[in-house]
Structures are given as structure tokens and as C-alpha cells.
Design a protein around this ligand. Structure first.
Ligand SMILES: [Zn+2]
Ligand SMILES: [Zn+2]
Length: 353
């Protein structure tokens, strides 16, 4: 079967791998249907590492994915502990916590030190035709959620967790730096949580436009002084809650400067150089509460709810569909941030119209 593997920085090759075989107890065999490319994949693609995780043998990337179950191991129950069936379409939570450590027992599986993650070394991800995954990571999705939208449930889960950490109150003002898929979903969720006004910043015009369409006051950081704009808009007060969902470089300092006295700053973006750069006095004098967002906590059920009866449009975030064979070009295109590139979906089995 075909798989796209990362060999080094900017080096993805199409390989033939053996079929995965039969799933063991607690596992299922998945025919992967769709995989989304994420900013964290782009870090690994560009640098050969994410944070302090490096790889030293070829790795199948892809952690935002869904597929169809084609075989079941014994006791294959899903993330809600319901039995799975062959033929079901499922979205897959890429994190496998140990379920037994102190953090897991305390309800923080996202902080489990013993976890594995599909698509982060040494665990292969989903850019392959078939794979074995843990049944408990699977969440069945209704037909009303498209394959592409199914992959975006992971992105939405990240956004839900970040907004949970923001502890928004009705009519809190919110600023979001970075209007990629995660930042845009944070804006959407903040709006639904009753936050207002919403301010948004990005360095690409088409992403600023998407934030405007959501009802945010949005500016391009390259055309304007973003702090000045925010201060003008808030009467120099700053925003109650600020989310950094960009490259976590100088944008962290900017986000802290945008936060009001005593406000809350949620850091979601991951810096390429693995450094957090923030002037101490900015945060201290304001008495900011700074929260680091780490993945998510059993957010798939809420994400599925939002994407079905909640009416949240995930398909609108997808800009491109490409077949598995074009994965190398898809990554190159995404890493160049070409105009109009938003969420790229790899249709692993080819596209059904
Ligand atoms: Zn992701
Ligand atoms: Zn654990």
C-alpha cells in the first residue's frame, strides 16, 4: 500500500509499505479516507522536529484524520465506550494517553507523560492507505459530516480546548492573533460563547478577510500597527482575553501587550525555534494570567455536536483537496503559504466528487 513518508527537512517521498495485517485486541483496521495538513506538520516538515521531538527514521505524518473501519479486533469499543462496527466512518483522536498515570487519573490525558501521538515520531500517522488504530481513539461520525470536515474535528477540538482555557464570560472582548484554521475556529467559538467584540490579526490578506466574514474587526499586521489598532478600538483598555494562535514568535509579546490589566492570555501557537519570548514586565505589571494550551481533552463529542446540530461549517475552512500521491506538493504549497491556501485535505482513497 502507498504511504507518504518524511525523510528529512522538506523531503517527503511516496513509498510502498506492507499492509498492516489484522488488528489486535482493542484495535481496529482503518481505511484512511482523509487527512488534514496542520501547522504542526509544517513545523516537522520544515525543521525535521517539533519542540524537542526529532525523528531519525522515515515517518508517516498526518494526525488530523478520519476513515472507515474495515476490521475489528476483540473488544473494539470507541471513545464513548460503545462497540464499533465494520463500515463505520470514524474520526480519530491522534493522542493515546496511558489512562493510568496521575495526570490521566486527574482528568488531564493531554498532559500524560506516557502518551503516543499518531504522526509524531516514533508513531506513524495517517498519510497511508490503511492503518491500525486504537478503537478508543475512534469517534463515529454521521454522514452529514464530510470526510474533509471529519479531519477538521481535530482542529476544532484544539480550538474548543483553548477556548475552555480562556474561561470566557458573556461580553468579554476577545483578540485572536493568527487566523489560520485554529485561530478562526477560536473566533467562531468565542462568538458562540457570547464574547464581544472580537478582534483578529493575521499577516495574510485572505485570512484577515475570513475573520471579517465571521464578524471580527480584523487587521493585517503588516499594513498597520496592530497594537495601535487594538488600543484605539478598546479605548486603550486592551482585550479581556487574548489568544495567540500564530507562530508564537514576536506575536506572544504583541498578544501580552493587547491583553488588559489582569486579563488572560492563552498561548496556542508553537514557535519554530522552541522559545517563548516575552518581556517579563509586560506580563508582571499587568498581572496577566498566562495559560499554555496543550492539545485537548475528550473534545471530539463536543466537536461532533457542533459540526452537526450546532451548524458549524467546517467544510468552509477547506481550500484544497489533493490525492495521496500529491502529498509532497501539498506540503510544499502549504509551507509557502500561497495565496488562498487554508486547510489542505489529502483524499487518501481519491476523491468522490
Ligand atoms: Zn493538528
Ligand atoms: Zn497517562
Amino acid at each position: 500500500m502507498k504511504a507518504a513518508r518524511l525523510y528529512g527537512a522538506r523531503d517527503i517521498r511516496m513509498d510502498d509499505l506492507p499492509e498492516p495485517g489484522n488488528p489486535g485486541a482493542g484495535d481496529v483496521l482503518l481505511r484512511v479516507k482523509a487527512v488534514g495538513i496542520c501547522g504542526s506538520d509544517l513545523h516537522m516538515y520544515a525543521d525535521g522536529r517539533i519542540g524537542d521531538t526529532a525523528y531519525d527514521s522515515p515517518l508517516v505524518l498526518g494526525h488530523e484524520f478520519m476513515g472507515e473501519i474495515i476490521a475489528l479486533g476483540q473488544n473494539a469499543t470507541d471513545g464513548n465506550h460503545h462497540p464499533l462496527k465494520v463500515g463505520q466512518r470514524v474520526a480519530v483522536d491522534p493522542t493515546t494517553p496511558c489512562y493510568h498515570c496521575e495526570m490521566c487519573e486527574h482528568g488531564h490525558p493531554n498532559l500524560c507523560p506516557n502518551h503516543t501521538f499518531y504522526g509524531v515520531y516514533p508513531t506513524d500517522g495517517a498519510l497511508q492507505e490503511c492503518m491500525i488504530v486504537h478503537a478508543r481513539n475512534c469517534f463515529p461520525i454521521p454522514d452529514s459530516i464530510s470526510d474533509g470536515a471529519g479531519t477538521l474535528l481535530e482542529t476544532l477540538g484544539v480550538a474548543i480546548h483553548a477556548v475552555d482555557l480562556g474561561k470566557l464570560r458573556v461580553a468579554d472582548s476577545v483578540a485572536v492573533i493568527g487566523c489560520g484554521p485554529v485561530g478562526l475556529l477560536i473566533l467562531e467559538l468565542a462568538k458562540r460563547a457570547g464574547a464581544a467584540p472580537l478582534y483578529a490579526f493575521d499577516k495574510f490578506a485572505w485570512r484577515v478577510e475570513k475573520a471579517r466574514q465571521l464578524g471580527a474587526l480584523a487587521w493585517n499586521v503588516d499594513d498597520t500597527n496592530p497594537l495601535h489598532k487594538l488600543q484605539q478600538a478598546t479605548g486603550k483598555r486592551g482585550a479581556d482575553v487574548v489568544f495567540e494562535a500564530a507562530w508564537a514568535d514576536e506575536s506572544v509579546q504583541l498578544a501580552a501587550e493587547m491583553t488588559r490589566l489582569g486579563g488572560r492570555l492563552v498561548l496556542v501557537g508553537i514557535p519554530g525555534d522552541d522559545r517563548l519570548v516575552l518581556q517579563h514586565s509586560t506580563a508582571r505589571r499587568k498581572g496577566l494570567t498566562i495559560v499554555m494550551s496543550r492539545r485537548m481533552k475528550h473534545t471530539y463529542p463536543r466537536a461532533i455536536q457542533l459540526a452537526t446540530s450546532g451548524g458549524l461549517d467546517l467544510d468552509g475552512l477547506i481550500s484544497h483537496h489533493l490525492p495521496l500521491a500529491e502529498t509532497p506538493e501539498a506540503f510544499a504549497m502549504n509551507a509557502r503559504y500561497e495565496t488562498g491556501v487554508y486547510k489542505i485535505i489529502i483524499d487518501v482513497q481519491g476523491r468522490r466528487g
